[in-house]
Design a binder for this molecule. Structure first.
Ligand code: OXD
Length: 307
């Protein structure tokens, strides 16, 4: 069996020997144009040429990240399943990131940092958790883990997804018809949606304007979910208290973009949930073994839904 590996961001020098060790019968090589046909491709943001050349022979394509929007923009070989990582150590990182952001905002730790930087020792009045309902947009593997973890801190938690979900302790809304009710019941919104034509620009003046006053935005999905200028306008008007953003329309965030300097917007460089190499390799190896035995595997992307 031959496996071809190609990643725009990840370190091939570690991935290739890792995959080789986990799948001893395979020959794992770095993709190069005109290379020999492979049975499986393990990729992150591959070039179109890889899919055109290797596509006809492949049994499956493994996407080494959580989001599949980048690969779905390419011309894919028909009938070859695209398989995403499911969890592989990402959901706990996402839960950490989001809980940290929610708690930092709720407990005003950003303001304490400013106080102590100025040599000031002063307490703030405790806020009521009941007044900080958190709403998670997108209840896939990552969103569900985040929603469940937030309930452990006793925040009221809402969730919204395309199809109905039932998660203990989470008020679940679904479909377009219930989006406005979800927003009206939410003060801190967390975006964990897949990026599809339906969800692009979903965080805009209308939807963010429906959040409870003093709302806060946490975007850990894709930059294209958010209309940047609408967020800034709603923060500057006082309707929103601020935002924590990990993803941007252009990454790295261009120098001079207003998010860099906005005092109420905190940014991180797309780091909320990193692909963990050994967990991911172990998962891909298990899935290849299952596919070779003719078994179904989890994480196959539904091309019609786009995630
Ligand atoms: C992603 C990832 O999909 O980093 O954003 O895995």
């Amino acid at each position: 069996m031959r496996i071809t590996y190609c990643s725009a961001d990840m370190d091939a020098a570690s991935w290739i020997p890792g995959l080789q060790a986990a799948i001893p019968g395979a020959e794992v090589t770095l993709w190069e144009p005109g290379g020999p046909p492979a049975d499986y491709a393990v990729v992150w943001k591959p070039p179109q040429q890889l899919l055109d050349e290797q596509g006809p022979h492949l049994k499956a394509i493994f996407n080494t990240g959580a989001g599949v929007d980048a690969i779905l923009k390419l011309r894919l070989p028909p009938h070859v399943p695209v398989i995403r990582l499911d969890d592989a150590g990402m959901s706990v990182q996402m839960a950490e990131y989001v809980c940290h952001a929610v708690i930092r905002h709720f407990r005003e730790f950003d303001a304490y940092d400013r106080d102590t930087d100025n040599g000031k020792w002063s307490f703030r009045k405790p806020r009521s958790r009941a007044e900080f309902p958190v709403g998670v947009l997108g209840l896939g593997v990552l969103g569900e883990r985040v929603a469940r973890t937030l309930t452990q801190f006793d925040f009221p938690v809402n969730g919204w997804s395309q199809t109905p979900k039932d998660i203990s302790g989470v008020a679940c809304y679904h479909g377009k018809a219930q989006l406005n009710d979800f927003l009206a019941a939410t003060r801190v919104v967390v975006c964990l949606l897949p990026l599809t034509p339906e969800t692009e620009n979903i965080l805009n003046a209308d939807t963010l304007g429906r959040l409870q006053s003093g709302g806060y935005v946490i975007n850990v999905a894709r930059g294209a979910h958010l209309v940047d200028a609408d967020l800034i306008a709603l923060i500057d008007s006082g309707h929103l208290a601020g935002a924590q953003l990990d993803v941007f329309r252009t990454e790295p965030l261009p120098k001079g973009h207003p998010f860099w300097a906005h005092p109420k917007i905190a940014i991180t460089p797309h780091t909320s949930a990193r692909t963990l190499r050994s967990e991911s390799i172990a998962q891909i190896a298990r899935k290849i073994e299952a596919l070779e035995c003719g078994q179904a595997v989890a994480g196959v992307v539904d091309m019609d839904r786009g995630y």
